[in-house]
Design a binder for this molecule. Structure first.
Ligand code: CP
Ligand code: NVA
Length: 306
């Protein structure tokens, strides 16, 4: 299969990733100036969502429409995928009718299996392992506010989850130091940590991890699919709340990011999203611009029908 996929940040070179986020900045400017830009006229994106979403669905759907194309929302509840049709069979059929696919699912292997049989580019819209599209938006947001992240220090506070794994891949690809502060037993996947070598350090104390950091980021303590662990997690993660006092220990120009949705009073204090150091609303908006750049990159330079 010759299609170019985006299942992880490692599917692009560092130069390609920087190119995509810079293009995201340009596409944002075009939109802000009201310029019509429709390179994907007649192209169709299929979106399979096995988990809930606000930002991912909206940004991909609006993004395709703005680029001149269309997006189709596919729920496993209403397709044969939910009734056990093999993933590979679905991929062959869907990719014969569509130009690009986006999948949000549980097991990461569902996405790799789909991609293996897809004739068109497949984008990971979040799996239990990774959330690479969010990292494009986060990296675009940092670039816009502070310039290159190369050589900077980033602190990830809380669960070593899919977002944290993608931050590890970002540390490799964008060349920054990542400090992860998490409770014992909630470390990021050792496969990703091993890949990153000395770019990643694991801490127990969030205060130590944020000292001097240029970016602090966190996420919910209970990800989608882990709901039955909520009570236990609330107790174990309590010392890992990001609040203004914690951010005061970071660099004076620190940015605070949260991919959203947020649980105020849990992983963040009630007021931290109102702090001038917080850029969560920019991050959310940049999902639109960064993914438009990704779609343009994949559909323009990826699969070309013979
Ligand atoms: N950050 C993010 O992916 O949000 P949604 O779950 O709303 O798509
Ligand atoms: N870690 C969270 C991210 C949501 C965007 C989850 O997987 O539910």
């Amino acid at each position: 299969m010759s299609a170019r996929h985006f299942l992880s940040l490692m599917d692009c070179t560092p130069d390609e990733l920087v190119g995509i986020i810079r293009r995201g900045v340009e596409l944002k400017d075009l939109r802000n100036r009201g310029v019509l830009f429709e390179p994907l006229k007649g192209r169709v994106l299929g979106m399979i969502f096995e988990k809930s979403s606000t930002r991912t669905r909206l940004s991909f759907e609006a993004g395709m429409i703005q680029l001149g194309g269309q997006a189709i929302f596919l729920s496993p509840r209403d397709t044969q995928l939910g009734r056990g049709e093999p993933i590979g069979d679905c991929a062959v059929v869907m990719s014969s009718m569509l130009d690009v696919m986006m999948i949000r699912t549980y097991a990461h292997s569902n996405i790799t299996e789909f991609a293996a049989s897809s004739r068109v580019p497949v984008i990971n819209g979040l799996s239990d392992d990774l959330h690479p599209c969010q990292l494009l938006a986060d990296m675009q947001t940092f670039l816009e506010r502070r310039g290159s992240i190369k050589g900077r220090t980033v602190a990830w506070i809380g669960d070593g989850n899919n977002m944290c794994n993608s931050y590890i891949e970002a540390a490799i690809q964008f060349d920054f130091q990542l400090r992860v502060a998490c409770p014992e037993g909630f470390e990021p996947n050792p496969r990703f940590v091993a890949l990153a070598g000395d770019r990643v350090q694991i801490f127990r104390d969030p205060k130590e991890a944020v000292r001097g950091a240029h970016l602090v980021s966190t996420d919910v303590w209970t990800s989608m699919g882990q709901e039955e662990e909520t009570a236990r997690r609330l107790k174990l993660f309590a010392p890992y709340q990001v609040n203004r006092e914690l951010l005061d220990l970071a660099a004076s120009d620190v940015l605070f990011m949260h991919c959203l949705p947020a649980h105020r009073g849990e992983e963040i204090s009630l007021d931290v999203l109102d702090d001038p150091r917080a850029v969560a609303w920019d991050q959310a908006e940049n999902r639109l611009h960064a993914q438009k750049a990704l779609l343009e990159f994949l559909v323009e330079t990826g699969y070309h029908p013979a």
